[in-house]
Design a protein around this ligand. Sequence first.
Ligand SMILES: NC(=O)c1ccc[n+]([C@@H]2O[C@H](COP(=O)([O-])OP(=O)(O)OC[C@H]3O[C@@H](n4cnc5c(N)ncnc54)[C@H](O)[C@@H]3O)[C@@H](O)[C@H]2O)c1
Ligand SMILES: *[C@@H]1O[C@H](CO)[C@@H](O)[C@H](O)[C@H]1NC(C)=O
Ligand SMILES: *[C@@H]1O[C@H](CO)[C@@H](O)[C@H](O)[C@H]1NC(C)=O
Length: 356
Amino acid sequence: LFFYIPSFFSQKYPPVKFLSEKDRKRILITGGAGFVGSHLTDKLMMDGHEVTVVDNFFTGRKRNVEHWIGHENFELINHDVVEPLYIEVDQIYHLASPASPPNYMYNPIKTLKTNTIGTLNMLGLAKRVGARLLLASTSEVYGDPEVHPQNEEYWGHVNPIGPRACYDEGKRVAETMCYAYMKQEGVEVRVARIFNTFGSRMHMNDGRVVSNFILQALQGEPLTVYGTGSQTRAFQYVSDLVNGLVLLMNSNISSPVNLGNPEEHTILEFARLIKSLVVSQSQIQFLSEAQDDPQRRRPDIRKARMMLGWEPVVPLEEGLNKTIQYFSRELEHQANNQYIPKPKAARMKKGRPRHN
Ligand SMILES: NC(=O)c1ccc[n+]([C@@H]2O[C@H](COP(=O)([O-])OP(=O)(O)OC[C@H]3O[C@@H](n4cnc5c(N)ncnc54)[C@H](O)[C@@H]3O)[C@@H](O)[C@H]2O)c1
Ligand SMILES: *[C@@H]1O[C@H](CO)[C@@H](O)[C@H](O)[C@H]1NC(C)=O
Ligand SMILES: *[C@@H]1O[C@H](CO)[C@@H](O)[C@H](O)[C@H]1NC(C)=O
């Protein structure tokens, strides 16, 4: 019996590729226990690299990466990036930062510290050990844009003292820091401007359209649409984003690159599609039109297409099915723990609800 135990244990991890010493990299992922970071962890682990996840578990959870704990190529460190970190790595994916409005507005000072001091610490580490750093920036650096769609040349339109400034300005200065370290210290940097992303392990009550509608449909509650529902949104599936991040990291493009899905759908299309995929009895409920609800949000990804050969490939319906499956398992799991999250009302801006 003893003889069989090793082979039993060797099967408990997802299969990983074997990489020679030369091709195998030591990779740090800050925020690696979060939504995007945990999928990136999966990809880099399965590609055969050594992955160290650093996370303070503010919005991330151990459960997102638990399937790797104990693997010889994997390490999980409970650490806050606001404190310096000394490890030896070849590449740093710097994702640590709360990402959705309720999360980054919960403690704006901490959001600022994470994006400023945290980014300085990671750039300092990159400089010391000669690692390349990729910053997970955001489309929010464009603020409330005056041009559509936004390309990387656009400088943005951000209110420096508004409620979202802790995040928007935090990411803007994080980008500035990357280029200061590049010019002054020769650190190799990559900057991904990430647009709306969805998929399994996303936060269920982050107040965004996709998560709201899926939760409402699964719980038999009305899907709430503000106005006529003709406003459009564009979402990329998380596996597309992760492929883009890895391509960008290993490219020679040091200037910012948009990563997002330019395929627009109206809010009403999202509501109808999600309702039909969940096979839900929920009604679609129209509420009064929201003030400042942007009519369109769409990335310009010509640069990523041309220079990385990257574009999103996962069809919306396929991504939604996977996300619905995840949400419904989560609801079961949480029901067993006596906690059922209700979707939050759409984000408030100037006192009126709107779609995120
Ligand atoms: N999800 C999106 O649609 C989206 C869009 C644009 C940009 N981004 C960026 O991508 C990155 C990942 O976002 P996500 O959606 O996976 O969010 P997430 O909240 O799931 O992940 C962020 C992770 O960072 C960790 N973290 C936060 N502060 C930290 C600190 N001080 N020290 C260490 N760890 C810390 C959190 O615990 C969490 O695990 C973020 O930088 C975000 O700004 C995401
Ligand atoms: C980047 O790499 C491509 C092909 O790999 C090459 O053609 C191009 O000149 C490189 N650009 C820079 C800025 O090094
Ligand atoms: C998504 O799920 C629905 C309902 O379960 C199914 O009919 C459909 O074929 C699925 N689509 C994809 C692309 O997986």
